[in-house]
Design a protein around this ligand. Structure first.
Ligand code: PEP
Ligand code: MN
Length: 226
């Protein structure tokens, strides 16, 4: 992923799954994630769902705590993250947009819950809203990027993988996000996507495809915003 041009490695140590009998993640993956960080020199991101996860992740050296779409309206969790990161400006939060959020102010208020404790390092992550299009996993929402940039201090990193849910459409959504002014992209990649045990096997792009998206994404960014 580093060779492909990635700047941060994201891996879900703990996974919020709809089905309680599906793979839930495993704390042992935290060691794997940190080893990947040491070997590549890249910072890492992982999703946290409770105070124990926050503590374990921070103690291990995770740089970016992710709040998933399902927990973006969990105010106790947002407060707990805010408290834990109050004096940790070397750490950041990737806050995904909940499909249950209505007006943009709800998304921005969720970020305020964390920022109110003093750490403004929040990355807002549009990741698609309620599915309305046959064929895409969610309804792509990268078009809110300029609004978020106008109304907040936060960086905006769009997740095209969960937005469209199909590797073949990820590049279109990624390039659209860049056109809308996104600061970054959060893309799921797997060396052998059909063997992934999280999302749909057709969602993750291969490292080669990721390299192509990053290459064309950079060219597009330069053309439009450089
Ligand atoms: C994830 O980032 O892998 C994830 C579970 O995404 P979301 O919270 O956006 O559904
Ligand atoms: Mn996922």
């Amino acid at each position: 992923m580093k060779e492909a041009g990635g700047h941060v490695l994201r891996g879900g140590v703990w996974k919020p799954r709809t089905n309680p009998y599906s793979f839930q993640g495993d704390v042992k993956s935290l060691d794997i994630l940190m080893e990947a960080s040491r070997q590549t020199g890249l910072p890492v991101d992982t999703e946290v769902m409770d105070e124990e996860h926050i503590k374990l992740a921070l103690d291990a050296g995770v740089t970016v705590l992710q709040v998933g779409a399902r927990n973006a309206l969990n105010y106790s969790l947002l407060r707990a993250i805010g408290r834990a990161l109050a004096n940790r400006t070397d750490r950041a939060v990737l806050l995904k947009r909940s499909i249950h959020m209505g007006p943009l102010s709800e998304f921005i208020s969720a970020a305020e819950y964390i920022a109110a404790f003093g750490n403004p390092n929040i990355i807002l992550c549009p990741r698609g809203t309620t599915p309305t299009l046959d064929g895409y996993r969610n309804h792509p929402d990268e078009s809110i990027t300029p609004l978020l940039k106008e109304k907040t201090w936060a960086a905006v990193v769009v997740d095209p993988s969960h937005s469209v849910g199909r590797a073949v459409y990820v590049e279109h959504c990624a390039l659209a996000a860049i056109a809308y002014g996104a600061d970054g992209l959060c893309i799921e990649s797997h060396v052998n996507p059909s063997h992934g045990i999280g999302d749909d096997p057709k969602q993750a792009v291969t490292p080669d495809a990721l390299a192509g998206i990053i290459k064309r994404g950079k060219a597009m960014w330069k053309l439009l915003h450089g």
